[in-house]
Design a protein around this ligand. Structure first.
Ligand code: F6P
Length: 370
């Protein structure tokens, strides 16, 4: 393999640069030509290919975002767009492509190499790397960016807790994650939230409003000071707009306690939004991104395609799903189709992983509530 391209696609995630750096250095050390594709599949369609040198990746491991730029491409979702992408890769003699991104980007990698779409002239091998703060990519325990995002949320919650404590107030903090509650659950434990609201718990709208109202009222039984702050972390995928939840909680408190006392509990809202996607990646994300890039590059060199390098420290991998990396015992290489199938189950709640995460969280939450 002599010429390998890298693209980052979809929502950027901290650690993407660490993956670009590691892959580029591994390729250059083997005298490969390394190419960066700017702005994901959109840039691929436009032929936005740039050479990557050691200098280009020398000082990027600590940077959030992606130095290659990213995009969500609607054109690439169509067959005609993918035909164009295959033409560009072939014209430029790209023998291997690393796709660094979340579930949409990895589904794109599968479609790009789908046997029913690919002609004999298309020879580019494609390996994916999971990178998405949402941790909603199937068959990998962690995606690149998750650890940094959890830390960012935890720090924001610690800070907002200062003012919440001073005023004995309730804050509803909305965190990203699309349809996945992973970020909310993990940061909820790390920031010692009083309640964490996420879609996978299966609780109804009314149950949520009633349970959170109980928690807020009971907070006044605690000693005055820091312990009276109420921190509610809400996943964006919950299905109740955060401002609506706030007004319903405020109304329920007034209904139960009267205008004067109930009104004194009025909550505040903090939507963290895209802030959660930014920032310098944690050591854990830099390390994971570098190791996954190593496994992915070595897979390309060994002649593999249509796989994703995944972080899977333990357990056997059924051969129909993939195999354990011989280069890094904590990583596996899993088939892109299997990733797509498991991702769908993660999101519709039928995956054992989703059930395990929600169950484990509920058990921990029960203990925390004591
Ligand atoms: O998938 C990453 C993510 O940040 C989600 O958590 C969020 O729902 C979405 O992307 C936001 O997308 P955009 O950056 O296009 O607004």
């Amino acid at each position: 393999m002599k010429k390998v391209a890298i693209l980052t696609s979809g929502g950027d995630a901290p650690g993407m640069n660490a993956a670009i750096r590691a892959a580029t250095k591994i390729g250059l050390a083997r005298d490969m030509e390394m190419i960066g594709i700017e702005h994901g599949y959109q840039g691929l369609l436009a032929g936005a290919l740039v050479p990557l040198s050691t200098a280009d990746v020398a000082d990027i491991i600590h940077l959030g975002g992606t130095v290659l730029g990213s995009a969500r491409s609607t054109e690439f979702r169509e067959r005609a767009g993918r035909d164009q992408a295959r033409r560009v890769l072939t014209q430029h003699g790209i023998e291997g492509l690393l796709v660094i991104g979340g579930n949409g980007s990895l589904a794109g990698a599968a479609a790009l190499t789908a046997p029913d779409e690919v002609g004999a002239d298309f020879q580019t091998a494609v390996i994916g790397l999971p990178a998405s703060i949402d941790n909603d990519v199937g068959l990998t325990m962690y995606a690149i960016g998750v650890d940094t995002a959890v830390n960012t949320i935890m720090e924001a919650c610690d800070k907002v807790s200062d003012t919440a404590s001073a005023h004995e107030r309730t804050f509803i903090v909305e965190v990203m994650g699309r349809d996945s509650g992973y970020l909310a659950m993990s940061s909820g434990i790390a920031a010692a939230a009083d309640a964490v609201l996420f879609r996978e718990s299966g609780k109804s709208h009314d149950e949520i409003v009633s349970a959170v109202t109980d928690i807020i009222i009971r907070s006044r039984d605690r000693p005055r000071g820091r312990s009276r702050r109420v921190l509610i972390i809400k996943a964006e995928g919950l299905g109740i707009p955060t401002v609506k939840l706030k007004s319903e909680l405020d109304a329920e408190l007034r209904k139960r306690l009267g205008d004067e006392v109930g009104g004194s509990f009025e909550s505040r809202v903090l939507v963290l939004g895209h802030l959660v996607r930014g920032g310098s990646p944690t050591a854990s994300d830099r390390m994971r991104a570098s190791r996954l890039a190593n496994v992915a590059m070595r897979a390309l060199i060994a002649g593999h395609t249509r796989l994703m390098a995944a972080w899977n420290p333990g357990g056997p991998i059924p051969p129909e799903i993939g195999f354990r990396s011989t280069d890094d015992p904590l990583c596996t290489l899993v088939k892109l189709e299997a990733v797509a199938a498991e991702t769908a189950k993660l999101l519709d709640g039928s995956s054992p992983t989703t059930k395990r995460r929600a169950r484990m969280f509920e058990e921990i939450a029960d203990v925390l509530a004591l």
